[in-house]
Design a protein around this ligand. Structure first.
Ligand SMILES: [Zn+2]
Length: 372
């Protein structure tokens, strides 16, 4: 699986201008090379190099290896669309490879610039440090809001999939973001309070409609999205850890059904759609893959109305949003937990199919690639 590490550079004033100058010259050179590539209809790195190398070095004073990288960048772009000449912004990415970029431990990067080699302190987070040894080959130097970053593509290994012994069912809910079939809840009252506060704030600003209210609203939306994102990261992480620790797979509802299925009061529905369940699922899927945890999707039809004890399905079973009581056998439970148990049970029913396919091909990796 490919992921990108983002490493922040912490250049001093002189180094910052050296990087900026290099970026500008590199992209100027790319534009000059692109003109030749288009004029000569040349999509071969080798041929293009013969045509432009000497001129580019002389005209732009670019180092030998940066010239090679500029030619490669142009060829890549030209190959994507041969119908027109490509243009590069002065702040376009500069491509570095091992000959012009090296790292001194975890603290510094040494880059070739227009001012020669410069050694610049770098800043890495915990995750980056752990993954660091996988980095190899190329890195893109990019400028984001005035700060320089190196983007390094790494290969993250996936853990070999674990044969699940049962499933944790996840109910994505209205009052709680996620409830599992063990009765665990992955969204406490704090999250719900913050969610509601944002909702009220948004409503108030929307009704105002002034320009400053609109600006404020934009800011709120961004903050809210950041909040949801970080919560989704936390929830998915806990969930995948729990599944791995207990040797189980994760059962999720097929989301395209979820809105039509839920018949709730209008105010609840607004809250419901206020959470990004798609994002949560994609985080779960990604983290599960890395951990070797199997994810099974199920059709959520009637999961909230069906009794997890006797299987009786009836609208009347769900007394309120939060309370489930079976009209046939009398079983009572929290409505979200009851639904989560049904979700886990449906995944269990589907599991033998997966297992058979796995043993037939004698390769555990086929389990994750099966069409679900
Ligand atoms: Zn029942």
């Amino acid at each position: 699986m490919k992921t990108t590490l983002q490493i922040k550079l912490l250049p001093d004033g002189t180094q910052h201008s050296a990087l900026k100058e290099t970026m500008r010259v590199f992209n100027d050179a790319c534009n000059a090379i692109a003109e030749v590539a288009f004029r000569e209809q040349c999509a071969s790195k080798f041929e293009l190099q013969k045509l432009v190398y000497a001129d580019v070095r002389k005209q732009f004073g670019l180092s030998a290896q940066l010239t090679i990288r500029a030619i490669a960048k142009v060829v890549e772009a030209y190959k994507r669309d041969k119908s027109k000449q490509c243009f590069f912004k002065p702040t376009g990415a500069v491509v570095y490879d091992q000959r012009i970029l090296s790292f001194k431990g975890l603290d510094r990067a040494s880059l070739v610039t227009m001012q020669g080699r410069v050694s610049i302190p770098i800043q890495m987070g915990q995750y980056q440090r752990v993954q660091w040894h996988r980095a190899k080959g190329q890195a893109d130097l990019v400028l984001v809001k005035g700060a320089f970053f190196l983007l390094v593509v790494i290969d993250t290994p996936e853990a070999p999939p674990i044969d699940p012994s049962g499933f944790i069912g996840i109910d994505l809910g209205i009052t709680k973001v996620a409830t599992d079939s063990d009765g665990g809840s992955f969204c406490g009252s704090t999250v719900e309070r913050v969610r509601q506060r944002y909702h009220r704030l948004r409503r108030r600003l929307q009704s105002k409609g002034t320009r400053s209210a609109k600006r404020h609203l934009k800011k709120i939306r961004r903050k809210e999205a950041q909040f949801r994102r970080s919560q989704n990261h936390i929830i998915s992480k806990r969930l995948v850890e729990k599944a791995k620790d207990t040797g189980r797979g994760i059962a999720l509802e097929e989301l395209k059904h979820i809105r039509s299925r839920t018949t709730v009061r209008k105010s609840d529905r607004a809250k419901h759609s206020g959470w990004s369940f798609f994002q949560l699922q994609s985080f779960i899927e990604y983290k599960a893959k890395l951990a070797g945890v199997f994810v099974q999707y199920i059709d959520p039809w009637y999961t909230s109305r069906t009794c997890s004890a006797c299987g009786h399905a009836d609208k009347a079973n769900r007394k309120t949003q939060s309370h489930f009581q079976c009209v046939s056998c009398g079983y009572t439970d929290n409505a979200d937990i009851n639904a989560a148990i049904n979700i886990a049970a449906r995944a269990d029913v589907m599991q033998p199919m997966v297992m058979r396919a796995t043993t037939a091909k004698d390769s555990p990796s086929t389990a994750t690639s099966l069409p679900l």
